[in-house]
Design a protein around this ligand. Structure first.
Ligand code: GTP
Ligand code: GTP
Ligand code: MG
Ligand code: MG
Lengths: 292, 283
């Protein structure tokens, strides 16, 4: 892992009189490669390494008895800071009935499953949620949400017509008349370059005015995580991010890149296929994971 | 790559960035850059095109071709009847949609197809595949949520043998490769298929989400350990991801990319073309 690599690098450097611009270059190259192997976006990695390098040339590192350890700590602190300090909870205004959550993201990222997980969690916390099936395209998407809803005893609203707006607004009405205090709107997976689908997402957002618009992203995503998140954020100005499939062994550098570029909080981590597999996000744990 | 006729530091740095940005990964990128540095030592190229062609050839070399016993074309004769193709991969990669696309293509080519709905775990998995099977106009065999996936496969293969079906497409549940009990289940499904036909499955296609980063290499390694993966399907290449991960996978595991998914409709499947793939990679 990175820590071992840096130890080795500095063992080789130990014979040298001082840590300086020239020999720190090797350590920085190792750090950059470790970040890239962890799927951190290459532009983000470049900038991050420049910051780390600057800090690594500081007095306390140069004079340190273990520069490798100090540099690893600097990297860890940088990553943790970017991941976002403390956990940021869901912001559902208590007086608003119903509060509205909407999810969006690329195909297969885990949106539908997350909606059910969130509904179950909110129900456990005393809320009365309703799920709205606004993915009117994917075969059996509505059926999928229905089945999940039945599992957790949460009602699911859907419409017959392939009309996402009709489903969303109908769901809102059903919530009001059914005394539900949270509406969770599931939407179809879409590409950020699909103008028609991005326009739909924008229209849904504008009509619903969700209290929480969450961007659901697969933690194993590669370099395009940045461009994707940026496009979704520019278009939808989402409130938070949900990272999924963290029960896998992907290092999750996409999370770092997304945080660095859109600066929105990561609110949840999906850690499994079951409807209970939802965790609150821990920035320092994510930093550790990316470092490997 | 812009108007250059010789390989200098600036050229190599730009190439490195392009490859990394395309998810090729650090190690493979550095190897490609080394190979190009070596090959172009002391050379000037007559045109930008000639230099680019050299670069593309160096990259294309890493991509293994499909073997003759696993033909890519849907109208090619198959080595067995029924010819059993198992589709595997992590959650949400695009397996079910790819099964639909494959069914549609084999059916169009005049082959008799049956789909085995062996994802008995996920909510509405059978319902999703049933809609696709109906659209493709092919029969589907399934037992719904909670059934034993191995028994669905056994029934489907048995039915195919008795009905003279040409192709059996087995859709399986998404599973993360680091979950050994799920990987064991997949190995078991394969063993049960072999009880009916010893050579089955004749192909095991690993479906990779084209947006995946370096974890795809680990996925390929692990799936290959538990089931004999014979080829790859890379999906969602209609998005902005380039799918560069296949270079590492191809060279390390000798796995050819057979098909790519370029959309959500039933005909959004293309035969993998090494040249167009490498061209798109460098764009
Ligand atoms: N292992 C694991 N699987 C997950 C997780 N979240 C979702 N999944 C699985 O990933 C697959 C895709 O999940 P969906 O909820 O259907 O994804 P989606 O974003 O709604 O997909 P589309 O609507 O097609 O865009 C399913 O097999 C889920 O069970 C997770 O945190 N861990
Ligand atoms: N844009 C695009 N979307 C795709 C492609 N292939 C599949 N999808 C979409 O990706 C999502 C997941 O596809 P599925 O076929 O359900 O994936 P899966 O691997 O069977 O998922 P699980 O069974 O839950 O593991 C769906 O929304 C598909 O429409 C593709 O080539 N391009
Ligand atoms: Mg969905
Ligand atoms: Mg599936």
């Amino acid at each position: 892992n990175l820590s071992d690599k840096l130890e080795l690098t500095f063992k080789k450097l130990a014979g040298q009189a001082t840590i300086n611009e020239v020999n720190i270059g090797i350590a920085m190259r190792d750090i950059k490669r470790a970040l890239l192997s962890a799927d951190v976006n290459y532009k983000v990695a470049k900038k991050l390494v420049e910051d780390i390098r600057e800090k690594s040339l500081g007095e306390s590192v140069i004079k340190s008895v273990s520069p490798a350890q100090m540099i690893v700590k600097i990297v860890n602190d940088e990553l943790t800071e970017i991941m976002g300090g403390e956990n940021q909870p869901l912001n559902l205004p208590p007086k608003k009935i119903p509060a509205i959550v909407m999810v969006a993201g690329l195909q297969g990222s885990g949106k539908t499953t997350f909606c059910a997980k969130l509904a179950k969690r909110l129900k456990k916390n005393g809320k009365n949620p309703i799920l709205v099936a606004a993915d009117v395209y994917r075969p059996a998407a509505i059926e999928q949400l229905r089945t999940l809803g039945e599992q957790i005893d949460v009602p699911v609203f859907s419409v017959e017509e392939p009309d996402a707006m009709k489903a969303a607004l109908g769901g809102l009405e059903a919530a009001k008349s059914g005394a539900k205090d949270v509406v969770i709107v599931d939407t179809a997976g879409r590409l950020q370059i699909d103008e028609v689908m991005m326009a739909e997402a924008e229209a849904l957002k504008n009509r619903l005015s969700p209290d929480e618009l969450l961007f659901v992203v697969d933690s194993m995503m590669g370099q395009e995580a940045v461009n994707t998140a940026k496009a979704f954020n520019d278009r939808l100005d989402f409130d938070g991010v949900v990272l999924t499939k963290l029960d896998g062994d992907a290092r999750g550098g996409a999370a770092l890149s997304i945080r660095q570029v859109v600066e929105k909080p990561i609110k949840f981590m999906s850690v499994g296929e079951k409807v209970d597999d939802l965790d609150v996000f821990y920035p320092d744990r994510m930093a550790q994971r990316i470092l490997g | 790559s812009k108007g250059k006729t010789e390989v200098d530091d600036e050229f190599l740095e730009e190439l490195e960035n392009i490859l990394v940005a395309a998810d090729v990964g650090v190690e493979t990128t550095l190897d490609i850059v080394d190979a190009i540095t070596e090959r172009s030592k002391g050379k000037t190229y007559r045109s930008e095109e000639e230099l680019n062609e050299m670069v593309m050839e160096e990259i294309r070399k890493l991509l293994v071709e499909s073997s003759h016993d696993h033909p890519v074309d849907f109208d090619a004769p198959l080595s067995a009847k029924p010819y059993v193709i198992m589709i595997v991969g992590v959650n949400g990669a695009g397996k079910t949609t790819s099964v639909a696309k494959l069914a549609h293509n084999y059916d169009k080519a005049g082959k008799k197809v049956v789909i085995a709905a062996a994802d008995t775990f996920r909510a509405a998995a059978y319902e999703q595949l049933k809609i696709w099977a109906d659209r493709a106009g092919v029969p589907i065999i399934g037992q719904g949520q909670g059934a034993d996936p191995a028994s669905v496969v056994f029934d489907s293969v048995s039915s195919a043998v008795s009905k003279g079906t040409d192709v059996v497409l087995v859709d399986t549940a998404g599973r993360l490769h680091n979950k050994s009990h799920l990987m064991e289940e997949l190995a078991k499904i394969m063993r049960v298929a072999k009880k009916k036909i010893p050579e089955a499955p004749h192909e095991v296609l690993l479906v990779l989400d084209g947006t995946t980063g370096q974890n795809a290499v680990q996925q390929a390694r692990e799936f290959t350990k538990f089931v004999n993966v014979t080829g790859l399907v890379v999906t969602k290449l209609d998005g902005t991801s380039k799918g560069g991960i296949v270079l590492s996978i191809s060279r390390e595991l000798n796995l050819p990319v057979k098909y790519i998914g370029v959309g959500e409709k039933i005909d959004d499947l293309q035969l993998f073309d090494r040249s167009s793939f490498v061209e798109a990679l460098l764009e």
